[in-house]
Design a protein around this ligand. Sequence first.
Ligand SMILES: O=C(O)CCC(=O)C(=O)O
Ligand SMILES: [Fe+2]
Length: 253
Amino acid sequence: MDAMMSASRDFFRQPPEEKNKCSNLIDDGEHLEMEGYGNDKVVTPQDQGLSWNDRLHLRVEPQDERNFAKWPTHPESFRDVLLEYASRTKRIRDLILRSIAKILDLDEDYFVNKISNTARGFARFNYYPPCSRPELVLGMRPHSDVGLLTILFVDHDVGGLQVQRDGKWYNVPVKPYTLVINLADCMEIMCNGIFMSPVHRVVTNAKKERLSLGVFYVVDGETVLEPAPGLLDDKRPPRYEKFKAKDFGFSFD
Ligand SMILES: O=C(O)CCC(=O)C(=O)O
Ligand SMILES: [Fe+2]
């Protein structure tokens, strides 16, 4: 974990020319693609706005779709450290999906079986610079994660992640060597809302920079999402309709 955090810090501390070698700008800067270094695409400026962060987005699953052209070559350790990190988060993903299935009395592999060989996983490195007017801008605007689950590694020293409950924001505590697991929208649907995908945001800090790394696991576009039949009965009707992941942008195809 330390190696991953320090490789990430070293990457973001480089001059823009070096970071832009992994830029997410394409077509002479006309368009943004999802993978690479830069900012997120603003689709609806009136309610989206820019967030106070730089990010580096890299596909880690499936393995044969890793686009190493977008992976940093500086620091030199970056690639190997991320490969190792991603192989471990994948194991954690399956462990958690199996544990949740067990808690819900479903077949242990119910959720794991929803992940086909072509399902994607992304590593998103976030860098939040200090912001002298933290009351004016968020590090990351409120959202829920859309995929299955997110394995989040947050800065040991600087808080900022908040989760919303009943309209109020709560700080997520910072604890060294502790991963935050976010169940995302597809799991909420398959769990028929027994577990919810939390709305969360990141506030900025006036003095300190902050780093985080989320590994996002999503389902393949062809996957049919629906509440697990084993969770339904007369008293617990489905709260979500059945649909194909790609029809609602749940798969990042
Ligand atoms: O930086 C964080 O703690 C959260 C990041 C996050 O929510 C995301 O990347 O989706
Ligand atoms: Fe998130």
